[in-house]
Write a protein that binds this ligand. Structure first.
Ligand SMILES: [Zn+2]
Length: 165
């Protein structure tokens, strides 16, 4: 379990030519992303599991940061606030960027708890392209604590919109 933090920060977990930036906290007016041209990378992977929130200033900073990327961008373990923006704002992620995996919010009534379930491209969904993207949403999820069936806490037609574009 990650520690919830509001403060924006990132870690660079570079592996050879691939820069993996793990982003934490709020993407807001305090967010300072590294200049992509200085990263000396052939591929940029953004690990977004611990993003708690993105506000309007953060969205602007994010878009300006990524729009001039000259290297391929992959989004990994996208937290729900990121997927919401991918759905709402055309151009939130650069053209050709790949959403490799993301979380779907579920809810356990018995535990009264939110549970995020990770889905992965290729295994659970396909990205839009020559064939329209599709998702085999994991409908029969069970709570790891009480084994009750979980209910999806988002509207599929909204939350999976980016797979149908
Ligand atoms: Zn439960």
């Amino acid at each position: 379990m990650s520690i919830t933090t509001k403060e924006f920060r990132y870690e660079n977990l570079q592996e050879d030519e691939t820069v993996i930036l793990k982003v934490h906290g709020f993407i807001d007016e305090n967010a300072e992303f590294p200049e992509i041209s200085t990263l000396k990378a052939g591929h940029l992977v953004l690990d977004l599991e611990d993003v708690q929130l993105i506000n309007s200033i953060g969205i602007r900073k994010w878009v300006l940061w990524l729009q001039n990327s000259t290297i391929p961008v992959t989004l990994r373990r996208c937290a729900p606030p990121i997927i919401e923006q991918v759905n709402i704002l055309l151009g939130f992620i650069p053209e050709g960027a790949v959403v490799e995996s993301f979380f779907i919010p579920f809810f356990c009534e018995k535990c009264n708890k939110n549970v995020n379930v990770l889905v992965t491209e290729g295994a659970d969904y396909t990205l839009p392209g020559a064939h329209r993207g599709k998702i085999e949403a994991p409908s029969s999820q069970k709570c790891k604590v009480c084994s009750s069936p979980l209910e999806m806490d988002v509207l599929p037609q909204k939350y999976f919109k980016f797979l149908k574009l």
